[in-house]
Design a protein around this ligand. Structure first.
Ligand code: SF4
Length: 384
């Protein structure tokens, strides 16, 4: 283990810091009555599992209101397993990476079979092994380790972004190659406290969030300072080496807000095989070079729905950033001229009254269009 001769010394210093400074208020780590679980006491993994998946690509402060809403609407594993994917996507709106919601739904059906509908309130009926959790869609080793240690206080190591950063600095590892990653996992397994694994893992995560932050870590307040090679020899900010931020390509997208004679609007549901599968959106697509955005809308609606439209006034333009690309959306109000709309590039099409749009799950970019449309149509925005 190199620089750390005594894991016990490491554990004691970290746990002491955690007792006075940790985030003991995280709602899914508490018992139903709001109290902190005792050493060795099991709590239900249900809320922890949902939170861990939400946290995979999203920050804690963003996740908390989504998680609280989720627990009100789906308070039990059974209620989740028995609902439709569309209800899950409604709650997931705005959280991004929508495939996570789909995987939670798939996992809930597997878990309910394993645990049993009438036994889910008893933690010991839930899976306790890393492999069992990792066999569920979308659960990796660190998520599995965190669920098990948080729910059952068992010594399963973790290596999420925060922990990887702390260990890279402690060991002065610049780049985390596959070999280094193995070393970091071994480090996590060797250091974990067997007496207090739940608090140990949480302490690491909290230290990464509060003290050993991505930039300008507060080393003078760090309980692990004496073990830290990056602190002793280098600039901790340099560990691990940050990936160069790639400039995202910008793609222009034309959107058609097609109204029929009854004032209803055409929406389509994304294909099962696409990203954001199952979400609803307004029809449109990518602009070709040397094409006007009006022409793009006409062409896309012909190709994807088989309809002819007259492109009218522009409603709005805005930029929206995704992980690998930036999209520049321009939405126009359109009049439906001819052709029966067909879902040639989607699962389903629907004509809906504009005031019913929020009954459907839309990705974040589309909700901006809906907000502007409501202003344009002078519709009250109680749901926005
Ligand atoms: S001493 Fe600084 S760099 Fe090292 S673990 Fe602590 S906060 Fe991180």
């Amino acid at each position: 283990m190199g620089i750390i001769d005594s894991p016990q010394d490491f554990q004691n210093l970290l746990l002491k810091w955690y007792r006075g400074n940790g985030r003991h208020w995280i709602p899914w780590k508490l018992k139903k009555d709001g109290s902190i679980p005792q050493l060795g006491e099991s709590i239900s993994p249900y809320g922890i599992w949902i939170a861990e998946v939400m946290l995979q690509q999203t920050q804690l402060k963003v996740v908390i209101p989504y998680w609280e809403k989720w627990m009100k609407i789906f308070p039990t594993l059974t209620s989740l397993a028995e609902t439709d994917l569309e209800n899950i996507l409604m709650i997931w709106q705005g959280l991004g990476y929508y495939s996570r919601g789909k995987r939670i739904h798939q996992s809930s059906k597997i878990l309910v079979e394993f645990v049993g509908k009438d036994k889910e309130q008893y933690p010991h009926f839930w899976p306790h092994q890393i492999d069992q959790w990792m066999s569920l869609p979308g659960i990796g080793r660190s998520t599995a380790g965190s669920i098990i240690s948080s729910a059952f206080d068992l010594p399963t190591p973790i290596l999420d972004g925060n922990v990887k950063r702390i260990f890279s600095r402690l060991l002065a590892i610049k780049r985390t190659s596959r070999k280094d990653e193995k070393k970091l996992w071994e480090f996590s397994s060797l250091l974990i406290s067997t007496l207090s694994p739940r608090d140990f893992n949480q302490a690491l995560m909290d230290l990464g969030a509060i003290i050993c932050t991505p930039t300008k870590p507060s080393c003078s307040f760090c309980p692990l300072q004496k073990f830290c090679v990056a602190y002793a020899k280098y600039d901790p900010d340099d560990f691990p080496k940050k990936e160069m931020t790639k400039i995202k390509p910008l793609q222009e997208i034309g959107i058609g807000l097609v109204f029929n004679k009854n004032g209803e609007l055409l929406i389509d549901q994304r294909l099962e095989s696409s990203s954001m599968a199952g979400m609803w959106e307004f029809p449109g697509g990518k602009k070709n070079t040397n094409e006007s955005i009006e022409k793009t809308i006409e062409r896309e609606l012909k190709e994807e729905l088989g309809i002819v439209v007259k492109v009218g006034e522009k409603l709005l333009s805005f930029e929206h950033s995704y992980t690998h690309v930036k999209l520049y959306f321009t939405a126009h109000i359109c009049e439906w001229i001819s052709g029966d709309p067909k879902p040639l590039a989607s699962q389903k099409l629907l004509w809906v009254s504009p005031d019913k749009l929020f009954d459907f799950p839309f990705p974040a970019a589309n909700t901006k269009i809906i907000s502007e449309l409501y202003k344009h149509l002078s519709i009250g925005n109680k749901k926005l």
